[in-house]
Each structure stands twice: as C-alpha cells, then as structure tokens.
Design a protein. Sequence first.
Length: 359
Amino acid sequence: MSDIAITPVQRTYPSLKTRMSPYFKPWPHAIITVLGVLLIGYALVNLFGWMVLNATFGHATPDECRAAGGACWAMLTERYNIILFGSYPAGEYWRPALAIVMVLSVLIASGFRQLWKPALAIAWVAVMVLSLVLMGGGVLGLEAVSTSRWGGLPLTVGLSAFGIVLALPLSVALALGRRSKIMVMKRFCDAYVEIVRGLPLLAVLFVASTMLPLLLPGGNMIDTILRAQIALVLFQAAYLAEAIRSGLDAVPKGQAEAAHALGLPDRLVSRLVVLPQAFRIALPAIINTFIESIKDTTLISIIGLIDVLGGARGAIADGTWMGFYREAYLAVGIAFFAFCYILSLHSRRLEQEFANERR
C-alpha cells in the first residue's frame, strides 16, 4: 500500500487592504474614519500635554500648579494619606497598609487552582482576624483605633474582599435551596433572591444603617462598618446565588444519575460532581458579580463611611486644593481599574484551564 501524504490545512488570512476596506468604502465611511482619527489624535495630544508636559510633579503649592496649567500630581503627593487611609492616625499607617497587602495576597492566591485546598480557607480566616486586629488595635501593644476613623483604601479592599468570601458560601446554600424538594425552603430561598435582586443596593444599605438598629433590643448597637458588611454580603449573595443556580441547571442530569448509580449519597453528588461543574459554567457570571461588588463599595458613603472615593473627595474638600478633583478621581479610577482587571485576568485564565481540561 502506498503511503498517503497528508498536507496540513493552510489557513488564509485577509490582507490589510481587505480588513481596512469597511473603514474607507464607500466614501462616507472614509470621511467618518478620517474625522474620527483626527478627533482621537487631537484628544490624545491634549491629554498628554495636560498629564505630562504641563503637569506638576513632586512637591508644589496650589498656586504653582495653577500657573503650570496642567495636571497637579503634586496634590496626590501632599494629600495621599487622606485618599489612602482617611482619618486613620498618621503614625499608624503601616497597620492598614499591611492589612491591604495581606488581603490582596490571599485574594490573588485564590485565583490559582493549585491552591484550592483547605489551607486556603484557613488562610482567609487568619487574614480576616489579623486584619481586624491590625486595624482596631487595643491588643499586642497596638494603639486602639475606633472604627469611626477607618477609611480609604483599607475599607474598600476589606469590605469588597471579605464580602465576596462571606457571600460565596451563603449563595451556594441559596442556590441549592432553590432546587430543594422541601417546599418551605425552596419558597424562602426564591423569595429572598428575588426580593434582594429587586432592590437597589442603596436601599439595602439604608435599611442596614437606619432600620436594623430599630429591630434590636434597646441599648444594643451594631458597628456601622459591620452593618455595611452585612448589607453587602446579603446583597451579593443573592446575585451569586442566581449565577450558581444557572450553572447548576446547565449541568446535564446524566452526571448526577451516573453518580447515584455508583452509590454516592446526595450530599457527595452535589459536592463532588454537580457543584464543581456548575462553578465552571457560571465562572464568568461569578467574576462579573465580584467586579460589581468592588465598585459597589463606593455607595457606603450613604451611611457615613469614607471609602477610597470618599477619601478623594476629602482630599480636595479644603480650600487649599479646591479645584483639583480631576487628579484625585483619575487616581481612584486607575486603582479600581487595576483591581477589576486583575480579577478579569484570573477569570480568563481559569476559563482557559477548564476549556483545556474538557478537550
């Protein structure tokens, strides 16, 4: 038998002229393209001039910044402490800074599947406790700092990260409860998810701030930060539960039937067979909810807390640096973008790993 030569399939890619054709043909498209390029170029040149060429760096007075006519990055140098740490004591900045490093480290580590072990859960609990000890003080020789002085970036990172960790197990319970055969549990979980998802976060924070103390016995008061954390956890859990439920519904029923045929009890079928596949399917929606939760922390100002965005407003609130709000908000926007982009990178990498496993 003669050997049969198998030639590889040659992929053809459109030429540059073909790819650019929709932008220049017909002639109205060419006009729109040229005008768009000119406008974008003009905007970028002016933005570069404002941010770099005419900007003021290092240490400078507000009058020097106004005379330069560009961005006043010197304002961030002078007021970074208000943006990052709010009204936290100046001599203790190392404590919230260390808490931020610990939380971000364990959060990044959670994006690697090789570390999805019981030790990671223990690490989260340890980081939560240590962060609260560092921020609050009063033990181990640390100066006690009231929660009324907590603010800035530590509050944003802490509320969002701990909210995600605490909301995830609650959302799994809600998602499983909505599929339960016990009608009372099913109706309760359905009602909870639908009611909370139908409310804006501002309303949930308002209830946690003003209504919750009225429901407690006289003389008892929950800390404002704890109330905000409870509100964020309950709100995020409802959205995560819906994402996980959609993942559970997408898992083929044959998977559970095969596991039952092997003699696995219901709890092991859910934990070892159904839930892992549901998480893989719902991963994009789950990460999207995580990203939304990070941005939702900016709404805690309604109950008197100062997050990193509130710190930016506070940095320019006095008459000295009045008017340099663009620099402050741009710095905060870059910080939020960095956090959300890191989560997106983890999500895409995990999706690619799961896709490679299915091949």
